[in-house]
Design a protein around this ligand. Structure first.
Ligand code: SAM
Length: 472
């Protein structure tokens, strides 16, 4: 039975509730009165529930769709301004005992080179990432209790936080590893991770079971209830995601919103982020084999509706998507993107060797971080390397409060400018530096509080004079 406060996966991601929701959405896709009511509610910028949002997703009226895109842009502007936070994935190990049909790391794949980084190799990777200008990483690993136990992950986190090369440092490590125990989540919390990210892949239980035929990940309930265990273990921020392309997107959309509603109902705080990966070609993987592929247009509509339905939740788009697609969805609500990414283990420090592929999927956006930063600014976005919220205790519900009260302009905006300044001074090309300095001057005027603005100017000067002991 559907119950968002239940701790059982089958109750809070209830299959009947999703199929009823989809039937309801189909029945009302042309119901102008209801659709108007839902849009008026969405304009209050407090979000929509999975049923309301599903009706909007089902509606194919072009005029309504363009109104929705417009609203998503406005909401994004209100809550996130023009800042885009940058990060990079760091693959630690591709040893894996699962049998996920869409992932080249699956245990039976004999083609890919299996690699587990030593702590020394992690150092080399992190130095290469710091030299690009990255401050925020998402570490990734396959599931392998012997090769990648929690102790290895914890040791790697400690290694990464302790590397200070030139002016570089990694200030926030988000973690994307397989579902684990409350005890292990507690250890991750003690290791001071940022967001714990785990993609559901699909909320459709039957599909999930057949897409994960072997290995611990086969356990749908254990996987789906992972975020509750993470929060029980003290982790403040969790990141949800569906791997679009595996199942019907309308089912997944209702599922991810129900998951967000469950977290909010039980823990008082929804997901910190939602990622929107689409399944990509990879060694031994052909995305055409799955039945849920979606067009770029549908993908854009999904992103817009996620922004409208959960305004306070950050949205992440990776280099799985091309420059063109990223450009299309950035204004619709994306708040974080990866840049300069390598999805192979050891791919930052060593040149990629196609004949010895260890990559997880093909990267579509292959530009360098400097090119991405330059491109963002030319589009009018402020690339932000800020990681301050986590250290300042603005996590979980406290972050949500800040976001809900729209105080973020006095807080995130200055931090974005300061971390951009650091990037410009330390890592940017001539052209990027020139565009960046102009942008910073212009954007200072957007900070509402005068005291904060003055302080920001002082800090900017200090950074230009070589001071680097700020911790944004
Ligand atoms: N092993 C961990 C787990 O089970 O959650 C870590 C996840 S893996 C390193 C990161 C994510 O990449 C997966 O959750 C999956 O959604 C995504 N992924 C796997 N194969 C992919 C493919 N062929 N195309 C795009 N994304 C893929």
């Amino acid at each position: 039975m559907y119950d968002k406060t239940s701790m059982r996966a089958d109750d809070f991601i209830n299959h009947e509730e999703i199929t009823d929701t989809l039937a309801y959405a189909d029945a009302h896709r042309e119901d102008r009165v209801l659709i108007r009511e839902i849009i008026e509610k969405a304009k209050e910028r407090k979000g929509l529930d999975h049923r309301e949002a599903s009706v909007l997703l089902a509606c194919e009226d072009k005029e309504i769709e363009s109104e929705l895109f417009h609203l998503a842009e406005e909401i994004k502007q209100d809550y996130y301004g023009n800042r885009i936070v940058l990060f990079a994935p760091l693959y630690l190990s591709n040893y894996c005992i699962n049998g996920c049909l869409y992932c080249p790391y699956h245990g039976k794949n004999k083609n890919i080179r299996r690699v587990k980084l030593t702590q020394e190799q992690i150092r080399e990777e992190v130095i290469a990432l710091q030299d690009m200008g990255h401050k925020r990483l998402a570490i990734e690993a396959g599931e392998h209790p012997e090769m990648n136990p929690i102790e290895y992950i914890l040791e790697s986190i400690d290694t990464i936080y302790n590397i200070h090369h030139k002016n570089g440092s990694i200030r926030r490590i988000n973690v994307n590893i397989a579902a684990t125990t409350v005890e292990n989540y507690r250890k991750l919390k003690e290791a001071e991770i940022g967001t714990y990210i785990l993609f559901q892949e699909t909320y459709h239980k039957q599909s999930y079971l057949s897409l994960h035929p072997t290995g611990p990940k086969h356990d749908y309930d254990y996987h789906t209830e992972a975020m509750d265990r993470a929060m029980e273990g003290g982790i403040d921020d969790v990141g949800l995601g569906v791997l679009y392309g595996l199942e019907l997107y309308r089912y997944e959309f209702a599922g991810v919103l129900m998951h967000a509603e469950h977290l909010e109902a039980v823990h008082g705080v929804g997901p910190h982020t939602i990622s929107v990966p689409r399944v990509k070609p990879a060694d031994d993987i052909d995305p055409e084999e799955f039945n849920g592929g979606i067009s770029d247009e549908t993908f854009a509509k999904l992103c817009a509706l996620i922004r409208i339905a959960v305004p306070y939740t950050g949205m992440i788009i990776s280099t799985r998507e091309s420059q063109k697609v990223r450009e299309m969805v950035l204004p619709l609500g994306v708040s974080q993107i990866s840049g300069g990414s390598r999805t192979s283990v050891g791919g930052y420090a060593e040149e990629e060797r196609p004949e010895e592929n260890s990559a997880q999927f093909d990267v579509s956006d292959r530009r360098t971080l400097d090119e991405v930063v330059n491109w963002l600014m030319r589009l009018g976005y402020i690339p932000s390397f800020c990681t301050a919220c986590y250290r300042a205790g603005r996590v979980g519900d406290r972050f949500m409060e800040l976001c809900k009260s729209m105080q973020i302009l006095n807080c995130c905006h200055p931090n974005a400018l300061l971390t951009l300044q650091e990037y410009l001074e330390d890592y940017a090309s001539e052209d990027t530096r020139r565009i960046g300095r102009d942008m910073i001057q212009k954007e200072l005027g957007v900070i509402p509080n005068e005291k904060v603005r003055k302080k920001t100017v002082d800090y900017l000067k200090a950074i230009t004079n070589g001071e680097r002991d700020f911790r944004f």
